[in-house]
Design a protein around this ligand. Structure first.
Ligand code: CUA
Length: 191
């Protein structure tokens, strides 16, 4: 090959490389614009809509009236069979201290805090939420295994944080429903 031919093929290779780089620049630029555009659009859309499932509550009157008075806390089975656990977190305990739930049935938790930000997780399950004063935290979960689990507070809430925990007893569905027929609010005491 002559010196001129080598020079020509070198220029051709260079032109191909430049074209390939330009294509990739366009593709990467398009991906970048798409991602940033998605962030802007969803951010604006979320900011313009009320967030889902936000329930506000006056934490100063929790103990006086409404859903979270002490007699209404614990596990209740509604007429339609729905199981709801209501609880209040306070420095440094949960009310109630022990919660009874059925296995293999959907259980809805409704909780709030009367003072600081608390939270809880039930054993190694996915039952996990924060409890923020002024808001009702709610989620529905199904426990697969019977037995007793610890339910620690997992948001640092003050000097007593590490001693703040409750227990959760998961009963076989038949035993749970038998107990639920006997009393309106279930607790860990009594059978
Ligand atoms: Cu309550 Cu940490």
């Amino acid at each position: 090959m002559s010196a001129a031919g080598a020079h020509d093929s070198g220029e051709r290779a260079h032109a191909i490389a430049v074209a390939a780089e330009r294509r990739w620049t366009i593709v990467v630029g398009a991906i970048f614009v798409l991602l940033v555009g998605t962030m802007i659009v969803t951010g604006l859309q979320w900011a313009s809509m009320p967030p889902s499932r936000v329930e506000a509550i006056d934490s100063r009157t929790l103990h006086v009236a409404g859903e979270f008075v002490e007699t209404n806390l614990g596990t209740a089975v509604a007429a339609d069979g729905k199981v709801t656990v209501r609880l209040v977190a306070q420095q440094y305990s949960f009310v109630p201290q022990c919660i009874v739930v059925p296995a293999e049935m959907p259980v809805t938790f409704r909780g709030t805090s009367s003072d600081a930000i608390h939270g809880f997780i039930v054993g190694t399950t996915n039952a996990n939420t924060m409890l923020i004063p002024g808001f009702v935290a709610t989620f529905t979960t199904t426990f697969r295994k019977t037995g007793e689990m610890l339910m620690p507070c997992h948001e640092y809430c003050g000097t007593g944080h590490e001693a703040m925990w409750a227990r959760v007893q998961v009963l076989p569905p038949a035993e749970f429903l038998r107990r639920a027929r006997e009393r309106e609010r279930l607790d860990c005491v009594g059978g």
